[in-house]
Design a binder for this molecule. Structure first.
Ligand SMILES: C=CC1=C(C)c2cc3[nH]c(cc4nc(cc5[nH]c(cc1n2)c(C)c5CCC(=O)O)C(CCC(=O)O)=C4C)c(C)c3C=C
Ligand SMILES: [Fe+2]
Ligand SMILES: [Fe+2]
Length: 359
């Protein structure tokens, strides 16, 4: 009799564990109108992991200076890329989510760090389905305070407040996972099949140099010079700059792109701080005079096309390149909802879902 009770107890403990996954991307405003762009930018830029200065200074910079003019300017840019179904970033994330969801056996939810659907609503959705262990999956290949960390911190705050019994497993940046590199390389290869390029540019979202120093766990390695990112160090686990170089290096190696035919830059800087260099816009403008007339640009910091790829690169950089004497320009699409990419993501989730459950 005692044996039966014990085994029943073990069984019910085991049954209580239910796994689920929360996929999180950055988010977009509700509409491309300045009245909706303003609260979105306020939430985004008031995040202390994005503008990492003390609250009062941040509020002064964001609400006193940036939000006076930026919402109108950003709204104009959003209007140029907005689709009938909504923000490209949200629409593409939803399409990707739907395809991954079809190939995964555990409950899943999609959330955005800023705007809707929120991380809180995603966790609630999983909780309502009985999920007790969540795979928290930031959809960013490279680790940064302004991307991965802010998601992990907010999700943990919400967990403690609303779902204290839930457990999280965080998916780390996947910048060097062989199957990610393979998918990225394949997508570039496919795009370049019918584009004879002079040069391939890897353009990553920029961040202030200060962010690199802050995420340096050794507190001394990242000098942001010519060599630190190539010298082995525990700092690289969280170094955005190293991870960008590593993604580029591995893709270039796989595609056998010769030295001199590719380069790496950082885009989307805000005025004020010193951001990671070289800057995409400045380098692109100089390319035609160096003999680069046919330019292809890939943007591996984003898994879904968004304002930064569709407006800043495919429209603005394209225009500037040609104004400066460039002839042909190709913006390579992000991985988006490509079948093979979705299969890879589903594979990662399934691997975690079927891993042995500790009793
Ligand atoms: C201090 C400012 C910013 C940091 C740091 C930053 C880092 C960062 N951002 C992304 C991904 C995206 N950013 C996007 C838009 C965007 N980014 C900033 C500022 C910082 N980003 C602003 C102000 C904006 C809004 C648009 C604008 O006014 O220019 C987007 C696109 C969103 C969309 O709706 O399409 C993405 C994606 C990463 C990965 C990152 C750090 C590595
Ligand atoms: Fe950004
Ligand atoms: Fe480094």
């Amino acid at each position: 009799m005692i044996v039966v009770i014990l085994s029943d107890f073990r069984l019910s403990t085991f049954d209580c564990i239910m796994k689920g996954a929360l996929l999180v991307n950055l988010g977009s405003p509700k509409s491309p109108d300045a009245k909706d762009v303003k609260p979105y930018l306020d939430e985004f830029l008031m995040d202390k992991y994005v503008i990492d200065v003390p609250f009062l200074l941040r509020a002064f910079l964001v609400r006193g200076i940036i939000l006076r003019k930026r919402p109108e300017k950003s709204a104009e840019a959003y209007k140029k890329i907005w689709w009938d179904e909504g923000s490209p970033l949200i629409v593409l994330s939803k399409r990707m989510f739907a395809k991954v969801n079809q190939q995964v056996d555990i409950p899943m939810a999609l959330a955005m760090r800023y705007g809707q659907p929120s991380i809180l609503s995603g966790l609630q959705e999983l909780h309502d389905k009985g999920v007790t262990e969540v795979l928290l999956f930031p959809l960013y290949p490279q680790h940064a305070m302004a991307s991965t960390v802010t998601i992990e911190v907010l999700a943990e705050e919400l967990r403690k407040k609303h779902f204290p019994q839930m457990k999280f497993t965080n998916v780390p940046a996947f910048y060097n996972r062989p199957d990610y590199i393979r998918e990225l390389a394949n997508s570039i290869k496919k795009s370049l099949e019918f584009f004879e390029y002079d040069h391939l540019l890897f353009s990553y979202h920029g961040i202030p140099e200060r962010h690199i120093r802050k995420t340096d766990v050794t507190k001394s390695h990242c000098k942001i010079d010519g060599s630190c990112c190539n010298t082995p160090s525990p700092a690289h686990e969280f170094c955005y700059r190293h991870q960008c170089y590593e993604t580029t290096r591995q893709v270039v190696e796989l595609l056998e792109i010769p030295e001199g035919k590719y380069s790496q830059t950082f885009q989307s800087r805000l005025a004020g701080d010193k951001w990671l260099e070289p800057y995409t816009d400045i380098e692109i403008n100089k390319m035609p005079e160096k003999g680069i007339k046919k330019l292809a640009v890939v943007t591996p910091a984003f898994v879904a096309d968004c304002l930064e790829t569709l407006e800043e690169i495919a429209m603005e950089a394209n225009h500037q390149f040609k104004l400066n004497g460039g002839e042909e320009f190709l913006a390579i699409p992000c991985l988006n909802d490509g079948d093979d990419w979705c299969k890879t993501v589903a594979g990662w989730i399934n691997q975690w879902a079927t891993a042995e459950i500790p009793v």
